[in-house]
Design a protein around this ligand. Structure first.
Ligand code: ZN
Length: 458
C-alpha cells in the first residue's frame, strides 16, 4: 500500500519530469539565431544587365519565408517596389517549418529595361524569418539591404580623324574623343581589340590592325565602355585595301622530319605514329600552344617607349614574307598547312639580333615552334617578336634601346636552318613588319596622328 505522502511525491516528481521533458523538447524551438542572408555587396546595373546570386539560410529552426524586393524611385510617395522573390515554407506549430528548408539560393539575371528600373539609385532588400518560437512565435527576422546603382546611359564617343586607309594585315591610327564617364576605349575589328590611349582629358588614340583573316569589308569601329559596361560605338571612314597573299609549297624532307620535327614532338609530348603525323601535331597543336603563350605574354597596354621606324635585321636576306600560306607536302601529298605571320631573315649563323626599337622585354624563354624567343613591348600596343635564337642576352623586365643586342640567331624550334623569325603585333594581332620598318610610313600613318591637335568643333 502506498501512503498518501508517497503518492503526492510521485505525482510531483512526475510533473517535474514532464516539465523538464517539455523544456528539453521546446528549448531548441526558441532558438535565437537569426537567418543568414547573402548577396553581392553592391549591384551595378548597366545596359548589359547583371547576374547575381542571393542566399537565405537558417541552420537552426529552418526558414519560414525568404524574400527579395527591389525598391526604387525618390520621395516617400513615389517609391515603387518589385518583388523578385517571395518564398513561404509550410510547417506546423509543433514541428516548426519542419519540412525544414535550411537554405534557399537563387540566381537572378537583372535587366534594368525589362524591370522598368530608371537610372539612379535603388535598393535590393532581402528578408527572411525562421521557424523559431521566439518573439511570441514570430521567429527571428533578418534583413539585408544591398545598394543598386542603375546606369544604362552609354558614354559618348566621336571620331576626330579623317579618312583612314589601311591595308589588310596592315596598321593605322585613329584619334577620337570620349566623354568623362568612359572607362575603357579602343578600336574593334571583328574579334580583335586595340586599346585606346589618353592623349588629353577627352582625346584618345588607338593603333589598330586589320587581321589577315578579317571578314571581307570588315567592320572597324571605335568603342567606349563605361564602368557599368554600357557601350557606345562610332563607325569611321576607313578604307581597307585588299592584298594578295602568297601560297607556297614546302616539301618535308626525311632529314627535316627526323632531325627537327621528331625531337620537337617528343619534347612536347606530341609524338605521332609516323614522322609525318608528329609534324602535323607540331604544326597544329604545338603551334596553337606557342601562339597562346605569346598572347598571354602581352599584358596591359603601356606608354610609348619607341620612336621612328623599326630597324630590320642588318645584312639579312628575306627568306619568307608576312602572311604567306604554307602548304607542307610529303611525297607530293599536302599533309599540313599554316599561315606565316612574320618575316624570316637570314644572315650568317649566330648573327647578333638587335632590338628593332626601344621597349621592355616581356618574354625571353623557350616557346615551342618559335624555339628561344624574345618579345619586346614597345608601348601603345606594339610588340615585336624574335624567334629561333641560339642564345639570349636579355631577361624579362629589361629596358632595351633601339639596336641593343638581344641574343644570337639560331635554329631552335621548328626551323630548318639558322634564321630570325621577326614579327610585329598590334594588340594581339599580327601586322605586316614592312610598314613598321619604313620610317616614312611610321611618320605619316602613326606619328603624325599621335601629334595631331584635335580639330576644332564646328
Ligand atoms: Zn618564320
Amino acid at each position: 500500500m502506498i501512503e498518501g505522502v508517497e503518492l503526492r511525491a510521485i505525482i510531483v516528481l512526475f510533473a517535474i519530469a514532464v516539465f523538464v521533458a517539455c523544456i528539453v523538447w521546446a528549448w531548441p524551438r526558441f532558438e535565437g539565431a537569426a537567418p543568414v542572408l547573402s548577396g553581392p555587396e553592391r549591384i551595378e546595373l548597366g545596359a548589359a544587365g547583371a547576374s547575381i546570386e542571393l542566399g537565405w539560410e537558417d541552420s537552426g529552426s529552418g526558414l519560414r519565408n525568404a524574400s527579395a524586393i527591389l525598391r526604387f524611385g525618390s520621395g516617400e510617395g513615389a517609391q515603387q517596389e518589385i518583388a523578385l522573390h517571395d518564398a513561404r515554407f509550410q510547417g506546423s506549430a509543433f514541428s516548426g517549418p519542419a519540412a525544414a528548408v535550411g537554405a534557399e539560393r537563387k540566381a537572378f539575371d537583372l535587366d534594368a529595361k525589362a524591370l522598368g528600373l530608371p537610372d539612379g539609385q535603388a535598393t535590393l532588400l532581402l528578408t527572411a524569418r525562421d521557424g523559431s518560437w521566439s518573439s511570441f512565435g514570430d521567429g527571428n527576422r533578418s534583413e539585408l539591404s544591398i545598394p543598386v546603382i542603375v546606369d544604362t546611359k552609354p558614354p559618348r564617343v566621336s571620331i576626330a580623324s579623317g579618312l583612314t586607309y589601311v591595308r589588310r594585315g596592315g596598321a593605322a591610327a585613329v584619334e577620337f574623343r570620349v566623354s568623362a564617364d568612359a572607362d575603357r576605349s579602343g578600336v574593334r575589328v571583328g574579334e580583335a581589340w586595340f586599346s585606346g590611349f589618353e592623349t588629353s582629358d577627352d582625346t584618345r588614340i588607338a593603333i589598330f590592325a586589320i587581321p589577315i583573316e578579317a571578314a571581307d569589308d570588315p567592320i572597324v569601329e571605335v568603342v567606349a565602355i563605361d564602368a557599368h559596361a554600357n557601350e557606345a560605338t562610332a563607325r569611321f571612314d576607313v578604307r581597307v585595301q585588299e592584298r594578295e597573299t602568297v601560297e607556297i609549297s614546302i616539301g618535308l624532307s626525311a632529314g627535316f622530319l627526323e632531325r627537327i620535327a621528331e625531337p620537337l614532338g617528343a619534347a612536347n609530348e606530341m609524338a605521332g605514329s609516323t614522322p609525318v603525323e608528329t609534324f602535323q601535331r607540331v604544326n597544329t597543336e604545338l603551334r596553337a600552344k606557342s601562339e597562346a603563350v605569346i598572347a598571354a605574354a602581352i599584358g596591359a597596354p603601356s606608354a610609348a617607349q619607341w620612336s621612328g621606324g623599326f630597324e630590320q635585321m642588318r645584312n639579312s636576306k628575306v627568306t619568307s614574307e608576312f602572311a604567306e600560306l604554307r602548304h607542307y607536302t610529303n611525297r607530293k601529298q599536302r599533309v599540313s598547312r599554316a599561315r606565316h605571320y612574320g618575316f624570316d631573315l637570314a644572315s650568317t649563323a649566330r648573327a647578333p639580333i638587335m632590338a628593332s626599337n626601344g621597349g621592355t622585354v616581356i618574354f625571353a624563354d623557350d616557346n615551342g615552334i618559335y624555339g628561344t624567343l624574345v618579345m619586346i613591348d614597345h608601348g601603345l600596343g606594339i610588340t615585336t617578336l624574335y624567334g629561333h635564337l641560339s642564345s639570349l642576352q636579355v631577361a624579362v623586365g629589361d629596358r632595351v634601346t633601339k639596336g641593343q643586342e638581344l641574343g644570337r640567331s639560331g635554329a631552335t624550334g621548328l626551323a630548318g636552318g639558322d634564321h630570325l623569325h621577326f614579327a610585329v603585333l598590334v594588340g594581339r594581332t599580327y601586322a605586316d613588319p614592312v610598314e613598321w620598318w619604313d620610317p616614312k610610313w611610321v611618320r605619316e600613318h602613326i606619328e603624325s596622328r599621335l601629334r595631331n591637335e584635335p580639330p576644332l568643333p564646328g
